[in-house]
Write a protein that binds this ligand. Structure first.
Ligand code: SF4
Ligand code: SF4
Length: 442
């Protein structure tokens, strides 16, 4: 038995293996994937990945030493009700999400945008900029609330750069007061230039930008429908990505996929990998373009969509720059910012929320209030539990919030996508392991 990815510490410390002498069976959280050298076993509770060779995979119940190892590593279990044990573990882990310091702020400098993507969920929402006064008040609010060593800011919107003056004001005040902070941004990247990037590095402490690119030049320009009379915003984005990467900022390209652009994304991914493959700080991933009910745009069937998604994702992972979101090594105690006590969103008028996709409803207060709506905060933590969870391979890591707009139609789509992500992640880890082994032998 070879360990490719070790178990996470929390599981190792908190879950005891069963008695070696009891009858055992394979855990229902174990996923098996055949590979060249035998079979990969992945444990979705501990996130441990092991490799058994041909002989081992066929005889693990008859080989006492191996059997004991597999019990120790929680691949073999004795319980009929594994869910109970996972629930106890989840309850302990959830204690980590109690009363953490407030240190993550998702700030909307504006809800307005310089692009008009047809799929944007914010198209019908109010478009407002954060004014100078509110920006100063936001900075002072952060200083007042901060009692941790370092704070993280995510600039969100709208297009955050469309009102970069608010970012300047907030950053200037935080810097003057010597607050230790870094920032990330979700942006279309259009408004960056050399001067702004220098400012982003030195004043905003920007470390990461996510930029969505939905097609090659012609399709991208048509999809984004920028408000400017620029013949090719695509060229400007590509140039800006170079500038950001050169300055050491991590740039992640997000490719939104629907039936319109499957072939085009294949060409685009080649272009981007050849253009940016030399940068270690460049990453790339794809997501299926969905509305909040997980309804996929345009595809004839969910299977067709998932097959195309898997194909492109595999290619990106194989390039060494691919990223899979939502599969984490560490044990998750929350779904996202919405059920994390350490995070809030701040809207352009100073109202405060829990979810970056909610700018109108389900808010919890304002920077001008003394306290939050605790009932609303609590309601953001309610997670889905249905009968299927008892036998779902994903259950140990699944925290789907009832209030999250992505979950309004249940979890079917999430389940299928998550399974693809986990399988791809396993194969990527296996390939990394094989590469390392070859290098060691040289
Ligand atoms: S994916 Fe659905 S069925 Fe599976 S654990 Fe999560 S909520 Fe339950
Ligand atoms: S949309 Fe859902 S996953 Fe995203 S921040 Fe909001 S609650 Fe979290």
């Amino acid at each position: 038995m070879k360990i490719i990815c070790p178990s996470n510490d929390a599981v190792k410390r908190l879950i005891k293996p069963c008695d070696y002498h009891k009858d055992v069976h394979l855990s229902k959280y174990c996923l098996r994937i055949p590979c060249m050298e035998g079979e990969l076993f992945y444990n979705n509770l501990s996130h441990e990945l092991i490799l058994l060779d041909e002989e081992e995979k066929n005889n693990y119940l008859n080989n006492q030493k191996l059997k004991e190892e597999l019990i120790d590593h929680l691949f073999l279990v004795n319980e009929d009700d594994e869910t109970k044990r996972v629930n106890e573990f989840k309850n302990i882990i959830s204690l980590f999400n109690r009363k953490k310091d407030l240190n993550k702020f998702v700030i909307f400098p504006t809800t307005d945008c310089n692009a008009r993507c047809f799929y944007c969920y914010e198209l019908t929402r109010k478009r407002i900029h954060m004014n100078e006064e509110v920006a100063k008040d936001v900075a002072n609010y952060i200083i007042k609330k901060n009692n941790s060593n370092k704070i993280s800011i995510q600039w969100f919107g709208g297009e955050p750069l469309y009102n970069y003056k608010a970012i300047d004001i907030i950053s200037d005040i935080l810097n003057e007061k010597r607050i230790n902070f870094n920032s990330t941004m979700v942006s279309n990247g259009y408004l960056f230039d050399e001067e702004l990037i220098d400012k982003a590095v030195n004043k905003w402490h920007l470390e990461y930008v996510q930029i969505t690119i939905d097609g090659t030049e012609e399709l991208y320009n048509a999809t984004k429908a920028y408000i400017y009379k620029d013949p090719s915003p695509f060229k400007k984005i590509i140039n800006n990505m170079h500038l950001l990467l050169e300055k050491g900022i991590r740039v992640e390209a997000r490719l939104n996929m629907d039936n319109r652009n499957v072939d085009d994304l294949n060409i685009l991914s080649d272009q981007l990998l050849s253009e940016f493959g030399k940068y270690n700080n460049f990453t790339i991933y794809t997501r299926l373009l969905k509305d909040f009910g997980h309804k996929i745009h345009e595809f004839n069937s969910i299977k067709e969509a998932l097959d195309n998604y898997e194909k492109l994702q595999n290619k990106l992972l194989a390039s060494g720059h691919g990223q899979i979101h939502y599969v984490q090594k560490e044990y998750q105690y929350n779904q996202c910012m919405a059920d994390d006590d350490g995070s809030i969103t701040i809207l352009p008028d100073g109202r405060i929320g829990k979810c970056e996709h909610e700018s109108e409803e389900n808010l919890i207060g304002s920077i001008y209030d003394e306290s939050f709506d605790e009932e609303m905060i609590k309601s953001w933590k309610d997670s889905i539990y249905i009968e299927d969870c008892n036998n779902c391979f994903l259950y140990p890591n699944c925290i789907l919030l009832k209030k999250c707009a992505w979950n309004i139609d249940g979890c079917d789509m999430y389940r299928q996508e998550a399974l693809i992500n986990i399988k791809n992640k396993i194969l990527a880890e296996y390939n990394r392991y094989k590469k390392d082994s070859i290098l060691k032998e040289l």
